[in-house]
Design a protein around this ligand. Structure first.
Ligand code: SF4
Length: 470
């Protein structure tokens, strides 16, 4: 097991984990490498080349902005969204930026930040992923000092060119229950007489002990505390989205809808028995409208899909009488176990497998998590996750104008409702099921690889092609 719950749930900023958070992290990593190799004082110019999906939808996804901020040393987790515009205005008005906040160099976007829209992979790269970025530093005489090619593989994760799964496997931290498939997860949990939640807590506690050297009880306490911190950021995002009116940036003139819908639901009272579904819609849209506005969000497992998991969590807290903090912790641990399976056996990148790998995965994680929160059996957790993905298979990524708005915002709302339905189907089932979670994960991945690249975060087909931007 290479992925922790805290890799899947990361605090950051919108609108995209693969196109904003990942490139910001890559740019910062490159600047840090210049500093570590003592090349920073000689660096007179930095060039950034974007390829494939990063080039095609980078403007709409804020990749250009992320690169500038990353080079100056900003990190998505600590960056205050309210300061972004000022920081960018300073760079753009002076045509210069300070690498890691230390070494000021000229930086003129059209010359130093290049979008290669016709080229999918960086020339000469070993890794073949459609989210490639290359940084090159030059001295005052134009001599190359350092070059690095990286790939943003979804959910804010970055790999260097040539870094394959074998290399990454070498860095695996041992955990007590290192499961590689849904079947192994179930058999390990059942043999140890643990719930999936308890198994994940054992793993996360072991990881924390290795990272910090603290004792077991303290590590377990920290893991639980940090899960609740993640939830507080998510919940804060829901609240901000529910009270913030206005038009989303980017030029599509998409109006925020969560505040109005919330207001209407409140004024209606509780007469409509289906009102909980509308509230799920409000929660999900609130998060995704915040994400589209570049606000503070948590990847779950990506930014584009960031509304599903918070929406189902809030639904659990608001509409289940027995809901409590323990149930919430179970929700996040079980959903993370499912997310690990997708991350390690398939992909959570829309540019690689379409939206089934983003919103589809979030839906699957939320469905399994909700069963765990409600005290369902391990088999029902696996079954719910399977059902949820089965009915997201083949979902393409075709955002209009390259913005994470249409269809993304509504899509999160419908997926959150679907997750609740999948959980209910699984919990009402008394017999086994035909399709396993492993089979549906494999199917999702194969379907994604077979999907034409114009349906994978390029905005060259689907809604992006058939709807006129206005
Ligand atoms: S369509 Fe799905 S994968 Fe594509 S940008 Fe929107 S949310 Fe992300």
């Amino acid at each position: 097991m290479k992925t922790s719950l805290f890799d899947l749930y990361k605090i950051g900023v919108g609108p995209s984990s693969s196109h904003t958070m990942g490139p910001m992290r890559a740019a910062r990593r490159f600047a840090a490498e210049l500093a570590e190799t003592n090349l920073l004082p000689q660096t007179a110019r930095v060039q950034c080349d974007l390829y494939g999906s990063l080039a095609l939808t980078g403007i709409g996804h804020g990749t250009d902005r992320a690169i500038l901020l990353g080079l100056t040393g900003e990190e998505a987790a600590t960056l205050d969204p309210d300061t972004i515009e000022d920081k960018l205005a300073r760079i753009r008005s002076t045509d210069s930026l300070a690498l890691l906040g230390l070494a000021p160099i000229p930086f003129h976007e059209p010359d130093d930040l290049l979008f290669h829209r016709e080229t999918i992979y960086p020339p000469g790269a070993v890794t073949q992923h459609p989210n490639g970025v290359r940084f090159t530093a030059f001295d005052a005489d134009g001599r190359e000092l350092l070059s690095a090619t990286m790939f943003s593989i979804g959910g804010g994760f970055i790999v260097n060119d040539g870094e394959d799964s074998a290399t990454m496997a070498a860095a695996v931290t041992p955990v007590p229950y290192s499961f590689a498939s849904g079947a192994e997860l179930l058999s390990m949990a059942n043999e140890a007489k643990l719930t999936i939640t308890e198994l994940m807590l054992e793993n996360e506690t072991a990881l924390r002990m290795q990272q910090t050297g603290i004792a077991r009880d303290e590590a377990a306490t920290q893991v639980r505390r940090d899960i609740l911190r993640i939830w507080n950021v998510m919940n804060g995002c829901i609240s901000r989205g529910m009270r913030t009116e206005g038009i989303l940036p980017g030029g599509l003139n998409v109006r925020r809808r969560a505040p109005r819908l919330a207001h209407r639901l409140r004024s209606q009272g509780s007469v409509d028995p289906l009102a909980p579904l509308d509230w799920i819609t409000v929660y999900a849209m609130a998060v995704n409208e915040e994400n589209a506005a570049g606000g503070r969000v948590v990847t779950a497992p990506t930014n584009g899909a960031a509304g599903v998991i918070p929406a189902v969590a809030r639904y659990y807290l608001e509409f289940h009488e027995d809901a409590d903090e323990e149930g919430l912790i179970r929700y996040f641990l079980a959903s993370a176990a499912i997310g690990v399976l997708y991350k390690e056996n398939a992909s959570i990148s829309g540019a690689e497998v379409g939206c089934q790998g983003e919103v589809g995965v979030a839906c699957s994680m939320a469905a399994g998590g909700l069963v765990a929160a409600l005290g369902g059996a391990n088999e029902a957790v696996e079954h719910a996750a399977e059902i949820a993905m089965e009915h997201n298979l083949g979902m393409t990524c075709d955002p209009i104008g390259g913005l994470v708005q249409i269809p993304c915002i509504e899509r999160n709302a419908t997926a959150a409702v679907k997750a609740v339905q999948a959980a209910r189907i699984a919990m009402n089932e008394t017999e086994g099921h035909k399709v396993s979670l492993d089979q549906v994960i494999r199917t999702m991945y194969q379907t994604g690889l077979d999907m034409q690249s114009r349906y994978k975060e390029t905005s060259l087909a689907g809604l992006a092609l058939n709807v006129i931007e206005c």
